[in-house]
Design a protein around this ligand. Structure first.
Ligand SMILES: C[S@@+](CC[C@H](N)C(=O)[O-])C[C@H]1O[C@@H](n2cnc3c(N)ncnc32)[C@H](O)[C@@H]1O
Length: 166
């Protein structure tokens, strides 16, 4: 058995996610541009994004809509299906404009995690604005991005932050 219980791991992941989101909100303040959420899930992070960024266009991606009824994205900005299929048609419209992307696609399947991390690392960079922030629940290999130290409240390895070069 490893040192941490599942409960503690989940708690640390959510704390890191919240701290990284708070950091990202400050980073992008005053800079126009849309936001991308990969992984609607139950809609928890989407709900947080829309409350803190009420004037932003938030594009949300998932294969299905399993979000709480009170966490539903604008249908015109909800892209349902495999991200490999649904994101590329938007790529030219969003190219170089996205100020914040949250890739929250991980599961308990290590092989699938490797696949989705590679997908995010391939599809997100062309969308990002200069100094745009990518947050991820999985480590990403991103050319042209610096790794940003995690903010206070986020434990190493529980979430990942990257900033595109200016
Ligand atoms: C960890 S959950 C997201 C949690 C969510 N951000 C929240 O706060 O409630 C991961 C989601 O990613 C979606 N997902 C994973 N791989 C995907 C893919 N290749 N295409 C579309 N959706 C994917 C799953 O359907 C799942 O809903």
């Amino acid at each position: 058995m490893s040192g941490l219980s599942r409960l503690e791991k989940t708690l640390h992941r959510l704390q890191a996610q919240q701290a990284c989101l708070a950091f990202a909100f400050d980073e992008i303040a005053g800079r126009p541009g849309p936001v991308v959420e990969l992984g609607l899930g139950l809609g928890r992070t989407f709900d947080h994004l829309r409350r803190h960024l009420p004037d932003r266009e938030i594009h949300v991606f998932d294969r299905v809509n399993g979000a709480y009824v009170d966490c539903q994205p604008d249908p015109s900005l909800l892209h349902l299906g495999e991200i490999e299929q649904t994101l590329p048609p938007l790529a030219s419209r969003l190219a170089g404009t996205v100020v914040l992307a949250n890739s929250d696609l991980g599961s308990h399947d290590r092989e699938l995690n490797r696949v989705v991390a590679a997908m995010s690392a391939r599809l997100l960079p062309p969308l990002m604005a200069p100094r745009g922030i990518i947050m991820s629940d999985l480590p990403l290999e991103l050319d042209g991005f610096e790794t940003v130290p995690l903010p206070p409240g986020a434990r190493e390895g529980r979430y990942y932050l990257y900033r595109r070069g200016g």
